[in-house]
Design a protein around this ligand. Structure first.
Ligand code: MRU
Length: 356
């Protein structure tokens, strides 16, 4: 269901918002050509919005899932305790099945589930209010975390830096400010004259459609390049630093991010260009020892054979479409988190971030 289209103010773009008892999401499938919100009135609609890429980006998916549980709780606030519990269980399940790679989704569902487990003695009505308050808190926390991470990361960015990024790790991929683009925003806010090279990010074009849009709105100079130009631009000395986001970081620092990130990391190493990952602690999965255990989503072949109904590949061709790849920790110059920057991440340094 489409709702009204407000005038866009990029610095306070609300990727997701709670309005009149519903979750509203910017429809990122239509950007940058159209700017509209889509409303989700239950967990099934919320899961569909995640699966269909209305909303995408690891922290944004996590916050959306938290609201998906909250919206379902609101729907059943006047039900019996047994019906309320069954509805919540179903919401955890449907949301967890929406996309497999971004661990923030499972992190957010686990937080809502743990909270639910502690609330059995209160009325469904009271619990529904408390779950909504928790979702709103996670939403606000994510923005605050991104701002903190941005300040840590901005210290690594030189005045005049030409920053390459891949995919969209901006306000649109989070509750606001962004992770990789948050670092860039914070560097600009600190008075540094930065410019961005946005890799197009085939096949779903998050770089061309979303990162380019965010940077244009924000008036940060941005140059769009196709993915296969990255090596050439680095060889020509036109890239000073690479900053990207992450969907899941294993305990040893191996990092899953949008397909093509690994290629950029290898090229950065070849050209001795610093390569940074910016991600909150909620993107780190200590249960997975290294990148080989990270589940990689395989998406529809139609994303590769064409775009928005225009087909360019012949019928009958075989297609691969892994949505993410894994960059080994050895290629990562530093991991920028809300707790600070760790250089050359490894298992011991990552454990120390969690105080264990
Ligand atoms: O398939 P997407 O668009 O959800 O992939 C998003 C990315 O890979 C981002 O780089 C990542 O989630 C970090 S977002 C702050």
């Amino acid at each position: 269901m489409q709702v009204e289209s407000p005038k866009v103010e990029s610095t306070n773009v609300e990727t997701l918002r709670w309005r009149e008892g519903r979750l509203e999401l910017i429809d990122q499938r239509r950007l940058p050509l159209e700017f509209d919100y889509v409303a989700c009135a239950d967990a099934v609609q919320t899961a569909a919005a995640i699966r269909d890429m209305v909303v995408r980006g690891a922290p944004a998916i996590g916050c959306t899932a938290a609201y998906g549980v909250a919206v379902e709780a609101q729907r059943h606030a006047t039900s019996s305790r047994a019906q309320f519990d069954a509805a919540l269980e179903a919401s955890f399940k449907v949301l967890a099945a929406s996309r497999p790679t971004a661990v923030n989704l499972f992190w957010a569902i686990a937080r809502m589930r743990e909270f639910h487990a502690q609330m059995r003695s209160v009325s469904p009505q009271a619990e529904a209010e408390a779950l909504l308050a928790l979702a709103k808190q996670m939403h606000a926390d994510d923005i605050e975390i991104n701002r903190t991470m941005g300040r840590h990361g901005a210290a690594l960015i030189a005045d005049g830096a030409r920053i390459m990024t891949h995919c969209n790790a901006g306000a649109l991929a989070t509750a606001g400010h962004g992770t990789a683009l948050g670092v860039i925003r914070s560097a600009r806010d600190a008075g540094k004259r930065v410019s961005v090279i946005a890799n197009e990010t085939r096949p779903y074009l998050q770089g061309a459609r979303l990162t380019a849009w965010e940077m244009v709105q924000e008036k940060i100079p941005v140059t769009l390049a196709t993915d296969n130009m990255a090596g050439h631009l680095m060889q020509q000395g036109r890239v000073d630093v690479v900053v990207v986001g992450a969907d899941r970081i294993a305990a040893n620092g191996d990092t899953a991010n949008k397909i093509g990130t690994y290629t950029v990391a290898v090229l950065a190493e070849r050209h001795r260009i610093p390569f940074y990952i910016a991600a909150p602690l909620s993107t780190i999965d200590l249960a997975i020892a290294d990148g080989s255990g990270i589940p990689i989503e395989e998406r529809d072949a139609a994303e590769v054979t064409g775009f928005r109904g225009v087909r360019w590949a012949p019928e009958g061709v075989n297609v691969v479409n892994p949505a993410f790849d894994v960059t080994p920790a050895a290629l990562i110059t530093g991991l920028i988190t809300e707790k600070g920057v760790i250089e050359r991440p490894d298992t011991a340094k990552i454990r120390a971030l969690f105080g264990s």
